[in-house]
Design a binder for this molecule. Structure first.
Ligand code: UD1
Length: 336
């Protein structure tokens, strides 16, 4: 299939573009480098050969419609959005404009071009229940930040659109994607101080940050630090291919799938695994809790296994080894 990867220069998009090509599909990447770099395209091409790339601001409806008219994709995987929770609280309007703007442009352009398949990046951040594992059937959903609200509302918008059209839509709820391509060619490259744990650990290991601050050790968990379901980005990239191929069968209107391993790992456990992977000490201190963090979150990933034949296969040690390979080979990320 010719697959438009909207936001394909980003962290998950770039890995997905590579896995699409490996699976025999043709990725067509669109990005405006708002939170990424042209170097990503070079890296993708070093792995899978020449790819079609378009520099487009996907909030621009006309430009998006022109893009679809020229490349006529069979399907879209829509990653193009802003994703930092804290920043979304400070700049809500930017988040609403960008995350809804790109979604509306893509849906409008799909209608004009006759593209029927859409895979959408949602997040486990929508789960509001007290006790994991979370299943797709859970009805207690929340929006604790403007970012979270864009995910929850986009799911609703897409559910309404699916009911009224003949589109085939997948809503993919990611848990905590980490790691990078096993070659060390691609990985996560946040701008500024990382908000997320794995890139922070990597930057301490490589000497860009002095020490990790663990946000709270008084949670009701075995070691007092939060539990999360870390998932290798290569497993997640494969999940997009599986969802796409399932939607292409044409019998699904809209379906939600969780992508996680089904296991929780604590902040201290991940720090220890990373220390082992990089062979360097990762100094840390315990700090106060971060506002908005929940004690624990992990997936029930059984629906994805039953319906897509997908199961996470990479371990926490693989995730740490690949994050470290990426960071040590590219200490400044894509800026090198
Ligand atoms: C965060 C977002 C979530 C988003 C996801 C994207 C919040 C509250 N949640 O998930 O909405 O979908 O990123 O990947 O921001 N930690 C530290 N020290 C650090 C960084 C993190 O102790 O310097 C801890 C956090 O308290 C948390 C765990 O590490 O317990 C994981 O944090 P993070 O990687 O930011 O992911 P989430 O908070 O789960």
């Amino acid at each position: 299939m010719r697959v438009l990867v909207a936001g394909g220069a980003g962290y998950i998009g770039s890995h997905t573009a590579v896995q699409l090509a490996e699976a025999g599909h043709t990725p067509i990447i669109a990005d405006n480098f708002a939170n990424s770099s042209p170097e990503v395209i070079t890296r993708i091409e070093s792995l899978v050969g020449k790819v079609e790339f378009h520099e487009v601001d996907l909030t621009d409806r006309r430009a998006t419609a022109e893009l679809f008219a020229s490349c006529r994709p069979d399907a879209v995987i829509h990653f193009a959005a802003l994703k930092a929770v804290g920043e979304s609280v400070e700049r809500p309007l930017d988040y609403y404009e960008t995350n809804f703007g790109t979604l509306f442009s893509v849906l409008g352009a799909m209608k004009e071009a006759g593209t029927k398949i859409l895979v959408f990046s949602s997040s486990a951040t929508v789960y509001g229940g007290d006790h994991p594992p979370f299943t797709e059937e859970d009805e207690e959903l929340v929006a604790l930040s403007p970012y979270g609200y864009t995910k929850l509302a986009s799911e609703r918008i897409l559910t309404d659109v699916a009911a009224a059209t003949d589109l085939h839509i997948g809503l993919l709820r990611y848990f905590n994607p980490v790691g990078g391509h096993p070659s060390g060619t691609m990985g996560e490259d946040p701008r500024g101080i990382p908000n997320n744990l794995m890139p922070y650990l990597s930057q301490v290991a490589v000497g860009r940050r002095e020490k990790l601050t663990v946000f709270g050790d008084d949670y009701p968990t075995p070691d007092g630090t939060c539990l999360r379901d870390y998932l290798h980005v290569m497993d997640l990239a494969d999940a997009h291919v599986a969802a796409l191929e399932r939607l292409a069968k044409g019998d699904i209107s809209v379906r939600t799938w969780n992508f996680g391993t089904g296991k929780g790992t604590s902040v201290l456990e991940l720090r220890e695994a990373f220390e082992k992977a990089c062979g360097r000490p990762i100094p840390y201190e315990i700090g106060p809790r971060r506002a908005g963090d929940r004690a624990d979150s992990w997936a029930d990933p059984s629906r994805a296994e039953e319906e897509l034949g997908w199961k996470a296969s990479r371990t926490i040690d693989d995730m740490c080894a690949d994050s470290w390979r990426w960071q040590s080979m590219n200490p400044r990320g894509y800026g090198q």
